[in-house]
Structure formats: C-alpha cells, structure tokens
Write a protein that binds this ligand. Sequence first.
Ligand code: ATP
Length: 263
Amino acid sequence: MPDAAALHDVVVRRSGRNLLDHVDFSVAEGDRWVVLGPNGAGKSTMLRLLSARLHPTSGTVDILGERLGRTDIFELRPLIGLASQELADSIPVEETALDVVVTAGYGITGRWREHYDELDLDRARTLLAAFGVEKLSDRMFGTLSTGERKRVLSARALMTDPELLLLDEPASGLDLGGREELVRSLSQLAKDPATPVTVLVTHHVEEIPPGYTHALLLRSGTVVAAGPIEETLTSRNLTRTFGLPLVVEQRGERFTARAVSLA
Ligand SMILES: Nc1ncnc2c1ncn2[C@@H]1O[C@H](COP(=O)(O)OP(=O)(O)OP(=O)(O)O)[C@@H](O)[C@H]1O
C-alpha cells in the first residue's frame, strides 16, 4: 500500500532561510504521528505542506497518492481534515459551533447559502458529542473558551470523513483538566481503527495521546529523529531537539519530560 503522505528532500525557503531543510518524512496507513519541536522548528510549515496549503521550494510532496504541483489541490483538500489556529482565525465570531463543523463539508468557514441535509447536521452533532461539546451546538464560536474552540475544531476536522487527519497543537492553551479531557478524546480516536492516518503537532510530550505510534522530532527545519514512538522519544533525542538536557519518562501510555537537575 502506498504511503498516505511522503515528503522527499523537501526544502521550504523564505527570506533567504530554509524553514524546512532537506526533509524526508513518510506516513503509512494506520500510523498516528506526533510532531514535536521547539518554537520555530518548522512544525506548522510541515502541516501546511501536508494540508496542501503550501508548495515546497524544492523536493516532492505526495499526499494520498497525488503529487503537489501536479494535482488539483481543491479536489485534494476535502480529503484532508485539518484543525489549526490559522483555520480558527478565519472563522467568523458569530458562526455557531454546529455551523463551524458542518461547513467543513464545503471546505469553507462561514455559513452562507449552502444547503446541508439532516444527515450532515446529524453527523456534525455526533462529532460535537464525541468531543463532549454537543451542548454548545448553538453557541457562537467567538463566545467559546479556548478549550471549547479546540474541541469544536477537532470535530470539524473529522466532518468530511477525511483520509488524512492533521491536528496542529490541539491542546495548546487548555487548562490541566481541559488538556486531560482532550487527550482522552484524541486517544479514543487514535485507537479506533476507523480513524484515518493522523499527524498531531505539539510542543509537549505530556500532550501525546495514548495510541500514537510514531514521533518526528524537528529542530531548525531539520529532522532530529523519526520512527516508532518508544524508540524515538528518548532523553537523548529530546535533548538534541530542544537544545537543553532533558529527561523523558514513560509511565503507562503517557510521557513526561523535565530538565535535568544540575543540583
Ligand atoms: N513567510 C515567512 N517568511 C520568513 N520566515 C517565516 C515565514 N513563515 C514562517 N517563517 C519562520 O519559519 C520558522 C518556522 O515556522 P513554523 O511556524 O513552521 O514553526 P513551528 O515549529 O510551528 O513554531 P511554533 O512552535 O512557534 O508554532 C519560524 O522561525 C518562522 O518565523
């Protein structure tokens, strides 16, 4: 079976600097990847490539069997479920949570005159329920808390029954309880065989939901390590990625990391 997504020798160059610097990365059917790295490492740039919102300066990007630059991205994008801050920023504040989810069917933000049948609306409600926010269906997106918005966006990402699911920092800005609840929802999703190939970007190993199978560590646009999560998420690799001495520990299916005490 071909890879769901593959980057080969990818460079993304802006203002004389390589934001991604000769990156190779591939995601196979059934994989759940977490992408970790410090601020500015190139994580969001990678997700913009994988969501067909950016073309590489050089190298090749294949998504769901289509090569970027040789395919109609408007046919490709509905096959990709995306939740990101960039997307959240494009949602009108007065849009209801239900409409935020259902409009994914047309790949738009902001409901206008499109027709949605009862099946679409039922699916949107079911997805809101899966993330524990069905009671917020009629609330305006702009009035939701950070955590509530994150959940609504995750539900939206699944609306089109995508073949590739991309989640950019789904737990950022959440309080501890909110993070733990979202991690639980994302873990249930990850462990469901019906869930598509998933790539989740985060800054924190504590936010990795159980069920994630692989990790990609990025620093300054280059790959520090990539592979099965338990082999890749080592203290040595995390130290190289974040540029300070770190110890990573695994307890059950969760990870924690902290700086090495010098005392
Ligand atoms: N159009 C651009 N021109 C110049 N530099 C850019 C451009 N877009 C992004 N960058 C830079 O590229 C680097 C990588 O950005 P990116 O958003 O991919 O990082 P990130 O790993 O997602 O960071 P964060 O964790 O802070 O969200 C950053 O240093 C950013 O300032």
